[in-house]
Design a protein around this ligand. Structure first.
Ligand code: PLP
Length: 441
């Protein structure tokens, strides 16, 4: 049986028992067409599918696998933890160790609570922000994703700074009636929203480097103004760093921005930070945290309820802790960033040589590229990318053993396990497709 047949056979079997054949929609290749690859195993920078075909992996489980797959220190920590017990539903010393490790790395946080997914962390941070401020309204930005809590599954309504419409069936309009959806990087609209709704705003939630519209940076001025307006109006600033935390640098996107604005971290410091992906190292683990006075509003200390049967799971915390120990080693991000940069530069020059419109950006181990002349600043411009050309690129790379995200609005990830040789192979694979795209243009 050839590769397509075997993967297709599994896909057909999956679709008979799992909606769409997948447990998270983007895995189904709906945007790019074709047959999803069913993965059998992964090691280092590679994944192997159901027929043993190898791929250089630039998804890294959508971010967590920053050390590459199967890092020996992580596997050892997990194996040790497994022998000690899978779940206790009682506190453990390892949860303290992980909390201490996170707080030591993230200067904006004084306390942290562990949960099991980014969705749960963002949803809980939102409840906490509303509970702590006694307000209802929240601001989110078009193109930012904060997991699938009802109040956050919302797109812009018609007109300037209006309340949003649900993006999913099953979310009643009443549930999103307090969610204001604004354009990313649009300062005048942000000012207008605070001028009109300032005293009702509980929090502004933002991906300060947005990875769910591929790769779009909040401008330093925009981030600074978000902080200022929240402070002026008594709203909480929430950075959703589920993707960027420990990915774009040791202090996440807030650390990157702190280096870009006058006044450093204080000028952009979030009240609450939402973490996930890398902090679990591939296990279900996420977190949210901030200043003591706000975090102590959480149950059992305060009135804001939040709980989880598997929260702080001993195996997940062992995995997260081992991962954080590796990434905190001196020089880790410098090496990772240099590698990611060389991928981005290689792709750019290959596209340019073939006359293909292409722009790309990266930070730490995260990158994004667009089949556009210039980097977009907001969701509308991201969506001007040509889907057909992206699909040609995606399938061309996949056929050549390079696995990038199967959707043009998703970021990419490089791990510590990727070699310069992997990157050179990737650039050569892309060059062959750029030649095709260049001729077709
Ligand atoms: C992935 C992601 C989430 C959701 O995390 P899950 O673990 O998939 O629930 C939330 N916010 C951002 C920014 C993300 O990238």
């Amino acid at each position: 049986m050839n590769q397509t047949e075997r993967n297709q056979q599994l896909f057909d079997r999956a679709r008979a028992v799992i909606p769409g054949g997948v447990n998270s929609p983007v895995r189904a290749f709906k945007a790019v067409g074709g047959t999803p690859r069913f993965i059998q195993k992964a090691q280092g920078a590679y994944m192997w599918d159901a027929v043993g075909a190898r791929y250089i992996d630039y998804i890294g489980s959508w971010g967590p696998m920053i050390l590459g797959h199967g890092h020996p220190a992580v596997i050892e920590a997990v194996q040790q933890a497994v022998t000690e017990g899978l779940s206790f539903g009682a506190p453990t010393e390892r949860e303290i160790e992980l909390a201490e490790a996170i707080l030591a790395l993230m200067p904006s946080m004084e306390m942290v609570r562990l949960v099991s997914s980014g969705t749960e962390a963002a949803m809980s941070a939102l409840r906490l922000a509303r509970g702590a401020t006694g307000r209802k309204t929240i601001i989110k930005f078009e193109g930012c994703y904060h997991g699938h809590a009802d109040a956050l599954l919302v797109k812009a309504g018609s007109g300037l700074a209006t309340f949003g419409n649900p993006t999913s069936a099953g979310v009643p309009p009443e549930v999103v009636q307090h969610t204001l959806v604004l354009r990313y990087n649009d300062l005048p609209q942000l000012e207008a929203a605070f001028a009109e709704h300032g005293r009702d705003i509980a929090c502004l939630m933002i991906e300060a480097i947005a990875g769910n519209m591929n790769f779009v940076r909040a401008t330093p001025e925009f981030a600074r103004r978000c902080r200022e307006l929240c402070t002026q109006h008594g709203a909480l600033l929430v950075f959703d760093e589920v993707m960027t935390g420990f990915r774009v640098g040791l202090q996440g996107a807030q650390g990157v921005l702190a280096n870009q604005v006058e006044g450093g971290l204080a000028a952009v410091r979030p009240d609450l930070t939402v973490l996930g992906k890398v902090i679990g190292g591939g296990m279900p683990l996420a977190a949210f945290g901030g200043p003591r006075a706000i975090m102590e509003q959480l149950a059992p200390q305060g009135p804001v309820y939040q709980a989880g049967t598997l929260s702080g799971n001993p195996v997940a915390t062992a995995c997260g802790l081992a991962t954080l120990r590796e990434i905190a080693k001196p020089g880790f991000y410098e090496a990772l960033a240099a590698k990611t940069r060389s991928l981005v530069d290689g792709l750019k020059s290959a596209a340019q040589a073939e006359g293909v419109a292409f722009s790309a950006d990266c930070e730490g181990g995260m990158f994004g590229f667009f089949l556009l002349d210039a980097l977009p600043q907001d969701y509308t411009s991201v969506m001007k990318s040509d889907g057909t050309r992206f699909n040609t690129l995606f399938h061309g790379l996949l056929d050549r053993g390079v696995y990038i995200a199967p959707a043009l609005y998703e970021a990419g990830f490089v791990s510590a396990a990727h070699t310069q040789d992997d990157i050179a192979q990737t650039v050569e694979a892309a060059r062959a497709i750029f030649k095709q795209l260049g001729r077709a243009a």
